[in-house]
Write a protein that binds this ligand. Structure first.
Ligand SMILES: Nc1nc2c(ncn2[C@@H]2O[C@H](COP(=O)(O)OP(=O)(O)OP(=O)(O)O)[C@@H](O)[C@H]2O)c(=O)[nH]1
Length: 361
């Protein structure tokens, strides 16, 4: 049966998929270890039953780890990649194998070193150094046991050299682990910077930098979407055009900085007048556009009154306490016969102009 690799990997979460991929790669090295140990059996350096037992142990441990990773239970661990546990298991299996072999340990030790190097991908320098020391201890305990129980299978000179070689793993691997974890950290920082930059670019594209509300093109796009929705659902849609009265005078008398402050505060007050589903954007210099989905003439009138009240009732920051910024709010309702969104905006503008000349409207 041909099992595609995709079936072994969790498809939904890319991080989880990467962990399982790494685990499967390490499992392939274990397969090589088992095959290589088969050669030791042929050479008479390992008992067949012991080979079978070690193979069973490797298969069971790897199966358990795979189930943990594939089921997502690994997420409950402090390190969901389970690298520490896997490296611990490698050391124990290495110790057992070294104990069972009657000679030629250096050959298979190389494959175990390959397995331990997987730790470089996840562990930091300190953790990898501890792993290296643990590997040396496991090897030392195994060969000491051989020396005690089967002295004929023990060559002190060779084992000492193996131990020294294995001992270099801690500092060398620790150095690489430190380097790789530094690279990982820098990569993570870059990703965060990139994400921030993307958000900033998005904001620059859709937000008005002075007031923080949607810019002209974004509010027009929103109106377009809402008009389509209103047509589809046969719902009303209202547009309010808010024009700050005699704004030129504010700039002239109090300066542009105060003018900017007034625009900013106006936007914040308008924000407080609308629902989450409504849209608010700066349409022009001192003009704001409010898009009110599912709002009929009565609802639009209520919002318009609220807007005028919020803007006019309290003094604006930067302006004298007795100065009241006035505004006109024009209401436009989407009509079934409208060819495009500009018609409803024009309706709101005409209403605003009519109110400016006749405030009683
Ligand atoms: N401080 C500041 N002023 C702005 C900004 N954008 C536009 N303006 C000013 O807003 C003023 C708008 O002038 P008009 O369109 O004549 O509007 P108005 O003075 O309010 O006149 P009416 O609408 O007829 O009452 C101009 O003086 C612009 O320079 C801005 O970002 N900051």
């Amino acid at each position: 049966m041909n099992l595609p690799l995709g079936a072994l990997l969790p498809g939904e979460d890319p991080r989880q998929s990467l962990r399982v991929r790494r685990f499967l790669l390490a499992s392939t090295v274990y397969v090589l270890v088992i095959a290589f140990m088969g050669l030791y059996v042929r050479q008479g350096l390992l008992d067949f039953h012991e080979w079978r037992l070690t193979t069973l142990l490797i298969v069971l441990v790897n199966l358990a780890l795979y189930v943990l990773l594939r089921s997502g239970r690994n997420e409950r661990f402090a390190d969901p990649s389970l690298t520490g546990i896997q490296m611990f298991v490698v050391c124990l299996i290495m110790g057992l194998t070294m104990y069972l072999l009657d000679g030629g340990r250096g050959g298979i030790l190389l494959l175990f070193l390959v397995l331990l190097m997987f730790g470089v991908l996840r562990l930091n320098a300190r953790q990898f150094t501890a792993l290296g020391v643990f590997a040396v201890v496991c090897y030392g305990v195994a060969v000491t046991a051989v020396w005690q129980q089967r002295p004929a299978a023990f060559d002190a000179q060779v084992e000492l050299l193996h131990l020294v070689a294995l001992g270099t793993l801690a500092p060398c691997g620790g150095f690489f682990a430190g380097y790789v974890s530094g690279l990982r950290r820098r990569l993570r920082e870059r990703q965060i910077d990139l994400q921030r930059a993307r958000e900033e670019v998005h904001d620059l594209k859709v937000l008005d930098p002075l007031t923080g509300v949607s810019n002209r093109s974004a509010i027009i796009a929103f109106l377009g979407q809402e008009r389509e929705r209103a047509d589809r659902l046969d719902q009303p849609l209202a547009v309010l055009l808010v024009d700050l009265y005699r704004f030129k005078r504010i700039n002239r008398e109090f300066g542009h900085r105060v003018g900017d402050q007034v625009l900013y505060e106006t936007a914040q007050r308008l924000r407080g007048c609308i629902r989450d589903i409504d849209g608010l954007g700066r349409y022009g210099g001192e003009e704001f556009l409010l898009v009110l989905p599912d709002a009929d003439v009565d609802e639009a009138g209520r919002v318009a009154a609220r807007v005028a009240d919020r803007i006019e009732s309290r003094p604006m920051a930067g302006l004298p306490a007795n100065y009241r910024q006035r505004c006109t709010v024009g209401v436009g309702l989407l009509a079934a016969a409208d060819d495009d969104i500009w018609q409803v905006i024009e309706r709101a503008r005409s209403d605003a102009e009519a109110r400016q000349t006749d405030p009683s409207r």
